[in-house]
Design a protein around this ligand. Structure first.
Ligand code: 13P
Length: 250
């Protein structure tokens, strides 16, 4: 049974007071929701205060990145045990913005994932093709390689996959529900090849311009196990509606 997981990825947005104000508005609206996991990934600076605010609620905390070494002379970096210590249950790894702007590779994704799991964190591992790769018909070659390399020597329990087509992130262009479903079912096939039946227990989230308007139809797809939401997660009212997506049974 795959429990749907809805994630707010705030990226480089919100000061501590802004994060706490969001939580104050958001938590009462979602407190009675059951059967769905809810996660907020604020910037590093807001993790600790958000952990205090979320304690005892049905909303969990995630970081947006981690470094793979345990400690040492790595100026500016944050280790997995530091994230655990700050109250995180999850960490997002391999987001396309990190691959694009900060030199993240499948190799570093693999190392970070191993370090996070070792520290007791769960991992949201992001994969997805660029527009050029899609237009060249290479979508599944790319996502397949990202999965295989990123997950090398890693057990699948503790892993959530996020399919985020790069061309749909922050652009207002959402993958059509059938397009997203095609990718998700193909990703699950690839996971089956690597892991057998465990693939059917693994959640695959969609990310890329998810909004209150399109979440219901996206979540109606059979292999859609949740959403990783950027822009539309920054306002409580909008993210509440996304968390409360309606089952349309499509
Ligand atoms: P947007 O929802 O702003 O397109 O961002 C998606 C994303 O990158 C979530 O991780």
């Amino acid at each position: 049974m795959r429990i749907p997981l809805i994630v707010a990825n705030w990226k480089m947005n919100k000061t501590v007071p802004e994060a706490l104000s969001f939580a104050g508005e958001f938590l009462p609206e979602v407190k009675d929701i059951t059967g769905r996991d809810i996660l907020i990934a604020p910037p590093f600076t807001a993790l600790l205060s958000m952990a205090g605010m979320l304690k005892g609620s049905n909303v969990l905390l995630s970081a947006q990145d981690v470094f793979y070494e345990e400690k040492g002379a790595y100026t500016g970096q944050i280790s997995a045990s530091m994230l655990k210590d700050a109250g995180c249950e999850f960490v997002i790894i391999g987001h396309s913005e990190r691959r694009q702007h900060f030199g993240e590779t499948d190799g570093t994704v693999n190392k970070k994932t191993k370090a996070a799991l070792k520290a007791g964190l769960k991992v949201i591992l992001c994969i997805g093709e660029t527009l050029d790769e899609r237009n060249a018909g290479r979508t599944f070659e790319v996502t397949g390689a990202q999965l295989k390399e990123g997950l090398k020597e890693i057990d699948l329990s503790g892993i959530v996959i996020a399919y985020e087509p790069v061309w749909a992130i922050g652009t207002g262009v959402t993958a059509a529900p059938e397009q997203a479903e095609e990718a998700h079912s193909r990703i699950r096939e690839d996971l089956r090849t690597l892991y057998g039946r465990q693939a059917d227990e693994t959640r695959i989230l969609y990310g890329g311009s998810v909004t209150p308007e399109n979440v219901d139809i996206l979540m109606a797809q059979p292999d859609m196990d949740g959403a990783l939401v950027g822009g539309a997660s920054l306002k409580a009212v909008s993210f509440v509606r996304i968390v409360k997506y309606k089952k349309t049974g499509g």
